[in-house]
Design a binder for this molecule. Structure first.
Ligand SMILES: [Ca+2]
Ligand SMILES: [Ca+2]
Ligand SMILES: [Ca+2]
Length: 570
């Protein structure tokens, strides 16, 4: 083993695996090494191989690696289904034949250039952070292992990585990704990467030739199946067999489960994350299938990230409606297992389900404050990512009983309660889709030949336009009013279908009143704990209520059926 070029060297003795198919080499780069190409020269009895290696200049930190906060408005985009900015990559030579817009399980042509082209639209909507579904290279052929409706599927969603160091060719290149991150930053928009480290795609070359004997939990022919007994993960006295099946079982029985307890796997995954952040300048990570990976790995992974990128933030996906369960995974606290995972934030699924029940189906609204009442279990509830829609659930508008008025109410709540609000692409124009993958429909106007362009006002129906501007007025308030970005949440009034709360800072107060009932309402409630003085006049920013005046520490609010008022003081 030799290095060719200056400024780097091999550390220790390189190791090969038993079959001689992998070589593990540690390389140290000198702090003053000049950027540019290098080579590793590997000599064996059978000859010489050269491996290309490149030293990149570190990106300037200004305006990069920013993290996210409750001041942001996050927007989830499924890259393949949002906007096709480069039709030339729709059916690439290396993966010919898995592009078909008529097949909901195939690639549809959306790409990184498409997201780049739509930055002005996102900016106009008031988005400040974009979460993109995974851009890892997925397999180049139909998936014969995972049949959907008895037919082969593809990795259009990005969650079945084939190469952790490459960008999917349907989406673009690493250069295009860097261009997108830079352009987004110039528009005041952060980029959140969606990562997967629990498993690889079913066709990853490691599956037939693992770099170490313990690279995966089990093998293709001999592994546990994930039994999804997730409750045992927070059980201080778990049945070990159930815990192993849940932590180490292969997801859906076909996604090879990486063994993060193998030190080489752990190093590979940590370095891979640092590489994506460092080479692109992105701002945060949404981590898939968080709960199926050991907390000890997360502790080390988060520590490595924060050491290099102190402002960086991570939100984990724990898809569960139980606060007791979800709160166990948030970091900042050593749990009974003796580990602090270091995780900043979680997708707030415990709040997602009551949001759907109340605002889509019209069930009791007080389920929402009842869920928020469990916030004390979290180490930091204010950084949770709140949502009314996502790519793994049917669309809001496809729920039984859903109406535009209900969707407006749900948006009004998500954009005014505590947490980091997250929108799902297309919900702002009331897209429908009852299941996965119809919930991942093509954004109208994002694709060549589309009959209309809903990115532009003229391409939207009157109802869609009305909803779009309603949400835009909410994101506008969220951006302008400090109380909505970082105010404390104070509950003021709860009944079966009405809920009033304030967000307060030292010098500003916003009072939000939601009426989820199908008839008009008048409610009176005490606001003295918000510090609002008697005589204070509060205008409604949404223009559904008359101004209210604080009288004897109380206000009286009259609201039409299924509507939200947002009263602002100072
Ligand atoms: Ca394309
Ligand atoms: Ca591919
Ligand atoms: Ca696992």
């Amino acid at each position: 083993m030799q290095v060719v070029g200056r400024g780097f060297r091999v550390v220790g003795v390189p190791k090969t695996n038993e079959r001689g198919t992998y070589l593990f080499v540690d390389v140290a780069i000198e702090p003053r090494a000049n950027p540019g190409p290098r080579e590793l020269r590997i000599t064996t009895a059978n000859g010489v191989a050269l491996v290309a290696f490149e030293i990149l200049s570190p990106l300037s930190r200004a305006g990069r690696f920013q993290g996210f906060s409750p001041a942001d408005v996050m927007y989830l985009i499924m890259i393949d289904r949002f906007s096709d900015g480069d039709p030339a990559n729709n059916d690439p030579p290396q993966s010919r034949g898995i592009y078909d817009r008529k097949n909901k399980f195939y690639y549809h042509g959306g790409d990184l250039q498409g997201v780049l082209d739509r930055l002005p639209y996102l900016k106009d909507l008031g988005v400040t952070a974009v979460w993109l579904t995974p851009w890892y290279d997925n397999y180049d052929h139909p998936n014969q292992i995972e049949l959907k409706e008895d037919k082969p599927s593809t990795g259009f969603h990005g969650y079945n990585p084939q190469d952790f160091y490459a960008v999917e060719e349907h989406f673009g290149t690493l250069a295009k990704l860097r261009e997108l991150v830079d352009a987004a930053h110039r528009s005041g928009i952060k980029i959140i990467q969606d990562e997967v480290v629990n498993h690889t795609g079913p066709y990853h070359p490691w599956v037939d030739d693992p770099p170490t004997p313990t690279w995966f939990n089990g093998t293709k022919t001999n592994h546990l199946k994930n039994v999804f007994q997730t409750w045992v993960l927070h059980d201080p006295r778990p049945v070990e067999r159930l815990k192993r099946e849940t932590m180490e079982g292969w997801f859906l029985d076909f996604l090879p489960d990486l063994n993060q307890k193998d030190p080489e796997v752990s190093r590979y995954l940590i370095q891979n994350t640092l590489w994506w952040i460092g080479t692109t300048g992105l701002d945060g990570i949404r981590m898939d299938t968080w709960q199926y990976v050991p907390n000890t790995f997360w502790r080390d992974w988060n520590a490595a990230l924060k050491k290099e990128f102190p402002n960086f933030k991570v939100v984990g996906e724990v898809k569960d409606g139980d606060v007791v369960h979800n709160s166990f995974f948030q970091g900042g606290r050593v749990r009974f297992d003796g580990v602090d995972s270091g995780l900043d934030s979680l997708l707030d699924f415990p709040l997602f389900y009551p949001i759907r029940h109340a605002f889509a189906e019209g069930h009791r609204l007080d389920e929402i404050p009842k869920t928020l009442a469990k916030d004390y279990l979290y180490n930091n509830p204010d950084i949770l990512v709140t949502l009314l829609g996502g790519h793994d659930d049917g669309r809001f508008m496809s729920e039984k009983g859903a109406t535009l008025a209900g969707l407006k109410l749900a948006n009004a709540f998500v954009l005014t309660t505590r947490g980091v609000p997250q929108l799902y692409y297309g919900d702002e124009i009331a897209m429908t889709g009852p299941d996965e993958p119809t919930t991942r429909g093509d954004f109208p106007g994002g694709f060549p030949g589309d009959k209309r362009n809903a990115f532009l006002p003229g391409g939207r129906t009157r109802e869609e336009d009305d909803l779009f501007y309603y949400i835009r007025s909410l994101t506008d308030l969220h951006t302008k009013l400090e109380a909505l970005r970082r105010g404390a949440l104070v509950n003021l009034y709860v009944s079966e279908q009405q809920y009033a709360y304030a967000r307060t800072t030292n010098n500003s107060t916003v009072v939000v009143v939601l009426n989820n009932d199908t008839k008009a309402t008048q409610i009176e409630f005490d606001v003295s704990q918000t510090g609002l003085p008697n005589g204070a006049i509060l205008p409604d920013q949404m223009r559904v209520s008359r101004d209210v005046i604080v009288n004897n520490g109380k206000v009286t609010v009259t609201l039409p059926e299924r509507s939200a008022a947002i009263f602002r003081w100072r």
